[in-house]
Design a protein around this ligand. Structure first.
Ligand SMILES: Cc1ncc(COP(=O)(O)O)c(C=O)c1O
Length: 438
């Protein structure tokens, strides 16, 4: 049986991915081998438990696959223990908290508006902010991690767990400094490297492994694997708590999960193998080079970049001086031009629904083979779209905003200048086919 409705929508999405510039920094193109594993018969199998200790029969091949994934993760990162079963990054972070803290324990993380992640204790609306006493640290006026603030808050509130990791922060993280802060109050240091894991593997960014007790990474961003996550326990972690590996494993299963997604685990194993090869190192360097060229070219066109530049795969454009909610309008207009980004808060933002920033990143376009020449072209197109948006303003009345944005999207689709850029984007994309095809 063919479900043509779904099949047509998959084809529509495949076409979109081929014909547009994927500049969302958390997205990438998984290889054909990874996608084949994810769509394989492995998805049919139940295997609650761990290799050699399953609650279900028939797991001979599944055990081997999971052991291979674990072995590759341990070797690639130089850690004594890896769990490859977390369904994704958010479950993985909740599992880490389940293992290391009690409900009501104090935890600490970088605030969302400063580039942190929801699962690091964002107050009120998330499990990590609701079920734990969450303390958030922020940035200095020049948009760098405020280690003094982090230290002072740690000393005052004595967190049990400190999450250190970012989702919209463009600079290198100081793991040693974070560990010193964790040690000053006896906290566990959890490094969440979801965004920068590919840069760490490529040797472009320092690894947290010598400092963190636990390392978490999603597998679908710079790593180019399937949607999933891994939790690593380091030698430092085992020194602090010899039971740490056991605690993490039981928090994953039976603590928070049932049957692992074996198809995903096979995809993770493949992505770890590919990440160990020399062309991955080259890719990691190019991702950062491309981001720096993009950042510089945008600045040359008068666009403000949060922090004034980037040391990693992403940057945040700041339109707060243009109008409130400028990021929302720029992201919508860029989408009409085939340049796909996400709206994002900038440090001065108070309204996360209509933020002033747009986050862009280079992992996916680098995977397609684009280089500095293409980054300069992309910067030109972005700057032109920004010019078009400049005369637009979100209405002050909140109830009018949704309708305004809907109408704005339609106007941008019909705009002649946007139409020209859309065609140029399509031509560029045609020169760089999506790896592994559609
Ligand atoms: C730093 C960080 N941690 C955790 C997550 C959560 O991952 P997922 O979306 O797979 O739940 C993300 C995703 O954006 C992230 O950037």
């Amino acid at each position: 049986m063919q479900d043509t409705e779904i099949q047509n929508l998959i084809e529509q999405e495949a076409e979109r991915q081929q014909d547009t510039l994927m500049l969302i920094p958390s997205e990438n193109y998984a290889s054909k081998a990874v996608r084949d594993a994810v769509g394989s018969v492995l998805a049919n199998k139940y295997s609650e438990g761990y290799a050699g200790r399953r609650y279900y029969e028939g797991n001979e091949a599944i055990d081997e696959i999971e052991l291979l994934a674990i072995d590759r993760a341990k070797k690639l990162f130089g850690v004594p223990h890896a769990n490859v079963q977390p369904y994704s990054g958010s479950p993985a972070n909740s599992e880490i908290l389940f293992a290391l803290a009690e409900p009501g324990s104090t935890i600490m993380g970088l605030a969302l508006s400063s580039g942190g992640h929801l699962t690091h204790g964002h107050p009120r609306v998330t499990f990590s902010g609701k079920y734990y006493n969450s303390i958030q640290f922020g940035l200095t006026p020049d948009a760098k991690i405020d280690y003094a603030d982090m230290r002072a808050k740690a000393l005052e509130h004595k967190p049990k767990v400190i999450f250190f990791g970012t989702t919209a922060y463009p600079f290198i993280l100081d793991w040693e400094q974070a560990r010193k802060i964790a040690d000053s109050v006896g906290a566990y240091l959890v490094a969440d490297v979801s965004h920068i894991v590919g840069l760490i593997i490529a040797g472009v960014h320092p690894s947290p492994v010598p400092y963190a007790h636990v390392v978490m990474s999603t597998t679908h961003k710079t790593l180019r694997g399937p949607r999933g996550a891994i939790i690593l326990v380091t030698d430092e972690g085992l020194k602090k708590d010899p039971d740490l590996a056991k605690k993490i494993d039981s928090a994953v299963m039976p603590g928070m999960q049932g049957g692992p997604h074996n198809n995903t685990i096979a995809g993770i194993a493949i992505s770890l193998l590919l990440a160990g090869q020399s062309d991955f190192t080259e890719y990691g360097h190019k991702v950062v080079d491309n981001a720096q060229v993009l950042s510089k070219s945008l600045q040359d066109k008068g666009i403000t970049i949060v922090g004034g530049g980037t040391e990693n795969h992403l940057l945040v454009m700041d339109f707060s001086s243009d109008s409130e909610g400028g990021g929302t309008l720029v992201a919508a207009a860029l989408n009409a031009a085939g340049i796909v980004t996400n709206r994002n808060t900038v440090p001065s933002d108070t309204n996360p629904f209509y933020p002033s920033g747009v986050r862009i990143g280079t992992p996916a376009v680098t995977t397609r083979g684009m280089g500095e020449h293409e980054m300069r072209k992309i910067a030109e197109w972005i700057a032109e779209v920004v010019e078009i948006v400049k005369s637009e303003k979100l209405p002050v009345a909140k109830e009018e905003r949704q309708n305004y944005i809907k109408d704005f999207r339609a106007r941008m689709q019909a705009n002649g200048r946007i139409h020209i850029i859309r065609n140029l984007v399509r031509d560029l994309c045609a020169q760089f086919p999506v790896p592994g095809g559609n």
